[in-house]
Design a protein. Structure first.
Lengths: 254, 310
């Protein structure tokens, strides 16, 4: 499904990624872990077209993603969330999800301005869709609430709902459990499992919370200073000496 | 409640020329024209977070385009003239918007400010066309057999166009395009990740904003009847920004109210030119301190209405 090959990028002479490669199978939950600054979020930013790597390839279902602009990557079925939650703060939860639906809607400015029937129908249909999606995430009661005023746990969930509204094949979750408490993390794990089991999505997750990583991933890759130092099942990773070294050696919070 | 407010508003607007003295009919036309500009500016600044201090330039382009068309081709019906003024200005919006894509915040404000100066200079230098500082007299426009020679007839034209453009703006802001603009304002990376083409929507905001302002310029030429470059100086651009700040960024209704407040205020202070900046500045500061969301959000707090953001 997703092939990342020989990816290298540096910022101001500092190698953020060097020669990174991994592949994710369809309907797999794949975790990227590693100490802070290991380059995990950078991988997401390269896949989604925000950064241009100096070398390497990113291929989604046979198509080269590096040739595309960020919004085009989204239209190929790649949705994501952000490490520092990026909900549209002054928009309602409903409008957040409706923006997520953007690429599926047709109404342009002129047709909308004229208030054509087709536009109204499309809009009504999109709103129904968005409310149903919000309900799936237990957000129906806050649909009309300004999203910036929601508690972090709900913002994180809303971000996933918005990502899902685009009808993606691949979802990239950047520290979805960051800042969540135990119960919220449990709920989140359940949500992520359902995305795969019920919606048939492929998921790549960057996460520090080991309980989540070990609990839901099929495979785990460990990054340290832009390189992959290990890859395997959660069980294999937990037993890997280099991984323990990378974490304990760098004094990370994980 | 809502329908009652709308209905009584419509009665006041339609009955105004019969209730108010002639000068106030003219002033109401000016408010409606400024409201159109404020809506256009708000789509750019309030919705898409692109600050412009050059909208007097767009207004001038629309006004001169309409005036010259009326002079050169008196038989063209007024709606076509206004549409042409809007389209010419929208093309200028495109020409300005594309290079401005790389600019943000203060730099964008500076670039648009410079644009405003350039337009005034261009009007002065193209005096074979615009008659420069001597000014351009605009002949009365016609709709079919009727020449629009009275303030009242012009008022109805202005109010009709304003109503249509308000309606169009509401339709745009409440559907896909408006949400995409707001998403760009809130988070560019998250907007892109949702499939929003950043450059396209930032440019679209410029084009639509310029179109609105160009049509308003056409109406300005119609209502004022005389154009000269000093009607379009930088202070007018600042007034437009003040309208959307006082009225409410990201609000169509707020744009209209801001236009009403600032236009009326400007008019009442006309006799005290030296105190104008003082009063003006004070009002801006007070409104930003105590009504950070403008009149629109202050009203919403008094009477909360779920799911309504325009």
């Amino acid at each position: 499904m997703l092939e990342v090959d020989d990816l290298s990028i540096s910022f101001g002479g500092l190698d953020a990624l060097s020669g990174l490669g991994f592949s994710v199978a369809e309907r797999e939950i794949f975790a990227l872990i590693g100490p802070n600054g290991a380059g995990k979020s950078t991988v997401f930013n390269v896949i989604t077209g925000l950064y241009r790597p100096s070398r390497g390839r990113v291929v989604l279902a046979g198509e080269d993603l590096l040739a595309l602009a960020s919004h085009q990557v989204a239209r190929r079925g790649v949705a994501r969330t952000f490490q520092n939650t990026e909900v549209f703060r002054r928009l309602s939860a409903l409008d957040n999800v409706l923006v997520g639906r953007h690429a599926h809607l047709r109404a342009g400015a002129i047709r909308a301005a004229l208030g054509l029937g087709a536009v109204r129908r499309e809009e009504a249909e999109a709103r129904r869709f968005a409310r149903t999606l919000l309900a799936r995430f237990g957000l129906e009661d806050v649909a009309d609430t300004e999203s910036g005023s929601l508690p972090l746990g709900l913002q994180k969930r809303l971000e996933i709902a918005r990502a899902l509204a685009s009808g993606p094949r691949l979802v990239l979750l950047d520290e979805p459990a960051g800042g969540l408490n135990q119960t919220e993390t449990q709920t989140l794990m359940e949500i992520i499992r359902r995305l795969r089991d019920e919606s048939g999505l492929t998921i790549v997750v960057v996460e520090h919370d080991m309980e989540l990583v070990m609990g839901i991933s099929d495979r785990v890759a460990v990054l340290d200073r832009g390189r992959k130092i290990a890859e395997g099942t959660p069980r294999e990773i937990a037993a890997d000496a280099t991984v323990v070294e990378a974490y304990l050696g760098s004094g990370s919070d994980a | 409640m809502r329908a009652a407010a709308l209905g009584s508003g419509a009665v006041v607007v339609l009955g105004w020329p019969w209730a108010a003295p002639r000068y106030f009919v003219f002033l109401a036309s000016l408010i409606a024209i400024n409201a159109i500009v404020a809506i256009g500016l708000n789509l750019l600044t309030g919705y898409t977070n692109q600050l412009s201090f050059g909208h007097a330039g767009f207004l001038a382009i629309g006004a001169y385009a309409a005036a010259l068309l009326t002079i050169q081709a008196p038989l063209v019906p007024l709606p076509a003239t206004l549409l042409a003024a809007g389209l010419v200005t929208a093309a200028m919006g495109l020409a300005l918007g594309v290079p401005c894509l790389r600019l943000e915040g203060l730099y964008l404000a500076m670039a648009t400010l410079a644009f405003g100066f350039v337009v005034v200079e261009a009007i002065l230098n193209l005096d074979w066309l615009t008659r420069g500082n001597d000014g351009l007299r605009v002949p009365a426009a016609r709709i079919g057999p009727w020449a629009l020679t009275t303030d009242t007839s012009r008022y109805y034209v202005v109010v009709t166009v304003a109503a249509l453009l308000i309606l169009a703006a509401r339709n745009i802001t409440r559907t896909r395009t408006g949400r995409a603009l707001l998403a760009v304002r809130e988070s560019e990376i998250a907007a892109q990740a949702s499939g929003v083409h950043l450059a396209a929507y930032k440019t679209l905001a410029f084009v639509v904003s310029a179109f609105y302002t160009g049509v308003a310029g056409g109406l300005f030429a119609l209502v004022v009847g005389f154009l000269s470059p000093d009607s379009f100086d930088v202070f007018l651009s600042v007034d437009f920004v003040a309208m959307i700040i006082v009225g409410g960024l990201g609000s169509i209704l707020g744009s209209v109210m801001g236009a009403a407040v600032i236009t009326t205020l400007n008019d009442s202070l006309a006799g005290f030119q030296s105190y104008r900046p003082l009063v003006f500045g004070a009002i801006l500061i007070v409104s930003m301190l105590f009504m950070p969301g403008g009149i629109a959000s202050a009203l919403q707090k008094i009477q909360p209405r779920q799911g309504d953001r325009a």
